[in-house]
Design a protein around this ligand. Structure first.
Ligand SMILES: C[S@@+](CC[C@H](N)C(=O)[O-])C[C@H]1O[C@@H](n2cnc3c(N)ncnc32)[C@H](O)[C@@H]1O
Ligand SMILES: [Zn+2]
Length: 313
């Protein structure tokens, strides 16, 4: 594999260093073809592919995902400004990139997972033609020329990569001088005192541990490490708080259980299917014992206060 570099806009599909034509699949530019790169240790990385559907479609209750994508996309577009080229590293299904592209940004949406990118490419028609370029790429070796993008974003990525400092080094290399880097900041989650979602998650984890399942932990930085380390790469960081990033919603244990069943989260990567199903049965049994047979219908109110961190050198 050459160090294929994406030149110009719209990209020409020819590597800017060697002239090789960059292969594509379903409108996705393929800068890496490793089926299952093991970048971050066996239990940490392998299998983003297997959680892509759950992550894209079951992570938040119906309607909330769309509201969040829209709010994030609008907030990013407002920070970056129209016509700018934004690189989004670890874009996932990237609903917010679609919204940012609708607002005039030109987005290079990069992820290592082809399944995540296929979910994004099914939505490309919603954005203006050639405004959003999905790329299968490795954040540790970005296929972009130095000083080639006007802004970069990495949302929910620094927790999930084993080498966040390498990713930030690469991001700095491809950013034009003085450009912004956007990541997500600390968020607050308000839940009722007797939070049934927290119980469902706790019982699921406990049941898995009882069955000898080793739960993987994200290999990257904790929120505290992000707060402490980010200024070493970008000395000027400010946290953006707006009412548009406050999300109130109602949900039931029925919904939270169906979400867990769909394997929506990175920590469910690699869990054996039989143990997963037994754990779900165990959760139901304990919830019925505590809350009665209709526990699944109990509706509760939640609120996420999300924040963005905007950094410059
Ligand atoms: C928690 S998801 C975040 C997705 C999206 N940014 C969001 O906020 O919803 C993390 C994403 O990072 C991707 N990822 C992990 N390691 C990567 C790497 N080395 N290079 C590129 N993408 C990576 C995963 O495939 C996954 O889609
Ligand atoms: Zn090349």
């Amino acid at each position: 594999v050459c160090a294929a570099a994406l030149p110009g806009w719209p990209p020409t599909l020819r590597c800017a260093s060697c002239g090789r034509t960059i292969p594509t699949d379903d409108g996705i530019l393929l800068f890496t073809d490793e089926p299952d790169l093991n970048l971050d240790g066996a239990r940490a990385y392998i299998g983003y592919e297997s959680v892509a559907d759950g992550y894209a479609f079951r992570r938040h209750p119906p309607g909330l995902q769309e509201r969040m994508s829209l709010a994030y996309g609008a907030a990013i577009a407002a920070i970056v400004g129209p016509h700018s080229i934004l690189l989004d590293v670890g874009c996932g299904p990237a609903g917010y990139d679609v919204e940012a592209a609708k607002r005039g940004l030109r987005v290079v949406a990069g992820d290592i997972s082809l399944n995540m990118l296929k979910i994004l490419s099914a939505r490309l028609h919603e954005a203006p033609a050639a405004s959003l370029i999905p790329c299968r790429l490795n954040a540790y070796a970005l296929p972009l020329l130095g000083q080639s993008v006007d802004a970069a974003a990495a949302l929910e990525l620094l927790h999930f990569v084993g080498g966040p400092e390498h990713v930030l080094g690469e991001v700095k290399r491809v950013l034009k001088p003085g450009s912004r880097f956007i990541t997500n900041g600390p968020s607050d989650h308000e839940a009722p005192d007797d939070d049934l979602n927290a119980k469902v998650n706790l019982y699921y984890r406990e049941a898995l541990i009882q069955r000898g399942v080793q739960l993987s932990r994200p290999p990257g930085w904790t929120s505290a490490q992000i707060r402490d380390n980010l200024p070493k790469f970008f000395p000027n960081c400010r946290t953006v708080e707006t009412e548009s990033l406050v999300f109130r919603f109602c949900a039931t244990p029925q919904w939270f259980l169906s979400r867990l069943a769909s394997r929506y989260t990175m920590f469910q990567i690699g869990i054996d299917q039989a143990a997963h199903e037994e754990a779900l049965r165990e959760v139901r049994r304990r919830m019925v014992e505590q809350y009665g047979p209709n526990f699944e219908q109990i509706e509760q109110q939640y609120c996420f206060t999300e924040r963005l961190v905007v950094c410059t050198e």
